[in-house]
Write a protein that binds this ligand. Structure first.
Ligand code: SF4
Length: 333
């Protein structure tokens, strides 16, 4: 159901004269790794390594592995470019894996859930090529459709990313509700970033859903988590070494601000931030996530201690009010 653009891949490899390739695939496409590696070897004679580690986004380029393996090309599937010029000298080819799923069926289903006549319409890179059809469909039903402009990480008009909903926030005053075409993950991120009703049309499982209750539930959870952090004394500020998630300067700034209010903090680093890596830091009361904000927001119960985002710590130490945080939106990298 996804276009892996084999012709583009082969032509990039040939055009660049690459002889050793590292291929990253998101987990859902890893089962294509053997076929793609075989194709590349057969058609170009290049050596191929397929990454077995997760590739959550284009924030997660395996640049160090590419360097260590002496690869002269990194092929990243499933996402488009995230950080401009972040490749550290390793050439990167992005192949977004456009989806062949029918989105019009779920967009039609979602119409009865939309509120008002002005709709903010957005989707992920996988369905972006189908957004003009969805726009036309909504317009023929009498809706005014607004598509978000580019954000800091989502580089295409109409696109959202799990950590970039700036475009939606910018058009928020013009629309009555939002329609997000994609998975629950992206729909929820949108709902947490705007204050208007947000409807998800999921072409993968064919469902539609109003996400306002989900937003309220998570906002309540976050408020409770921040409240625990207000009363905490020792913070572990987590920095990721993933190229697009690494924020050491922000971590240093948080460390300073936490110490200024008389609390203790330490900066921890990891590549993949998983709960098991934090289990042994038993002296920490609360972890502060400066990497992917969805780690803290989506599944905080997986972690051994409360985990809050880099913005939520500002509320916990009294630098911002909760209302100021909500004005910025809960999701921000
Ligand atoms: S949501 Fe997280 S994993 Fe996805 S692009 Fe943003 S930082 Fe990367």
């Amino acid at each position: 159901m996804f276009d892996l653009e084999e012709d583009k891949l082969l032509s990039e490899i040939r055009g660049r004269g690459a002889r050793r390739i590292l291929i990253q695939l998101p987990d859902g496409l890893k089962n294509e790794g053997t076929r793609i590696a075989g194709l590349v070897r057969e058609k170009t004679g290049a050596d191929v390594f397929v990454s077995a580690v997760p590739a959550w986004g284009a924030c997660d380029l395996s640049l160090d592995a590419a360097t260590r393996l002496k690869a002269d090309l990194l092929v990243h599937y499933g996402h488009n470019e995230f950080l401009r010029d972040a490749s550290n000298g390793v050439p990167v080819v992005y192949i977004p894996a456009k989806s062949n799923h029918d989105i019009l069926r779920v967009v039609k289903q979602a119409i009865s859930l939309l509120q008002g006549k002005s709709i903010g319409l957005a989707t992920t890179i996988q369905h972006l090529h189908k957004l003009p059809d969805a726009t036309k469909l909504l317009e023929t039903k009498g809706f005014n459709v607004y598509r978000p402009g580019r954000g800091p990480w989502a580089h295409e008009t109409g696109q959202v990313l799990g950590c970039d909903y700036f475009g939606l926030r910018r058009i928020q005053s013009q629309v009555d509700s939002f329609l997000i075409v994609g998975s629950y993950f992206h729909g929820l991120g949108a709902a947490l970033s705007v204050e208007k009703p947000t409807i998800l049309a999921d072409p993968y499982d064919g469902t539609v859903k109003v996400l306002d209750q989900d937003r309220d539930r998570i906002a309540r959870q976050r408020y409770a988590m921040v409240d625990k952090a207000r009363r905490a004394d020792r913070f572990g500020i987590i920095v990721s070494t993933k190229p697009g998630q690494s924020n050491p300067q922000i971590a240093l700034s948080i460390l300073k601000q936490v110490e200024e209010v008389g609390k203790k903090a330490v900066i921890l680093y990891a590549d993949e931030i998983v709960p098991q890596k934090l289990l042994d830091f038993t002296d920490i009361d609360v972890f502060v996530d400066t990497a992917c904000p969805r780690l803290a927001l989506d599944d905080p119960e997986r972690f051994p201690k409360p985990i809050i985002t880099r913005d939520e710590i500002m509320v916990a130490i009294g630098a911002w009010t909760w209302e100021q945080l909500l004005e910025r939106g809960l999701v921000r990298l």
